[in-house]
Design a protein around this ligand. Sequence first.
Ligand code: SF4
Length: 282
Amino acid sequence: MQVERARELGLCYGIRRALDMIYTATARYGTLQTLGPLAHNRTLLRELQAQGVMQVDAPEDLAGPTVVVSAHGIAPDTMSLLRDRGFTILDTTCPNVTRVQHIAARMAREGLTIVIFGDSRHSEVRGVLGWTGGRGVATLDASAVTDLCATCKTGGVGIVSQTTQRLEDYTSFVQHACAATLAECREIRIVNTLCDATWHRQKAAAELSRTVDVMVVIGGRNSANTQRLAETCAESVETHLVETVDELDSSLLQGKARIGLTAGASTPDSSIEEVEARILQL
Ligand code: SF4
């Protein structure tokens, strides 16, 4: 049995940067609170909890004095609320997410209606919506753009994507949106806001999945980029998504000579090593 890792996998630079900032801050401030989860990975959250980083889900439950804003970012009014309450804010928003926020805000100021290609429940998307000043909608369905254009008063639409969506899905979305609306819409502005780290991981996983008998994707089930990785691999080969090493069952790998391994952008190195070691044991 042979195990091969994808060329690029696991923690992205956005999450590594956030973790560096948090570990430096815990050394200085001791216990920290985070507004919402710092990452969609239970193992990583457990590791952070052991370092004194506690998760709080609503701003009113924060006790301070130091609050961490996750790499997914938050809406500007939530940031103002934290400032008004006097918290020291450790803002770990990924620079890629900051870019989407600023692009969405600028296009909204210019009078465009903002469409975010993404899951409206995802924290990054909720944050970006907040930057549109009430002029944004989040959807994964291109027909929603058609409906928007039918009622649009300004005649202009700006389209951005949640950073962790797949290039082919975003391409298909904007193609359908343009085909259905260009005749009526004065302006459709499309910006590529996909994250390069996510794209490189997807590309590496796609390449590897074409050469192995089975792919194992390690990461949180509620992690958008992990789900996209699993979808990418499943297009070529049998694929199993596991959150922890305990979910790895020998029956999943029976009769497979070459096993490919990849991991989501919030999967800690320790999870990858554990899973790889367990596969070799099995
Ligand atoms: S996946 Fe991309 S956008 Fe998200 S934190 Fe990592 S580098 Fe930033």
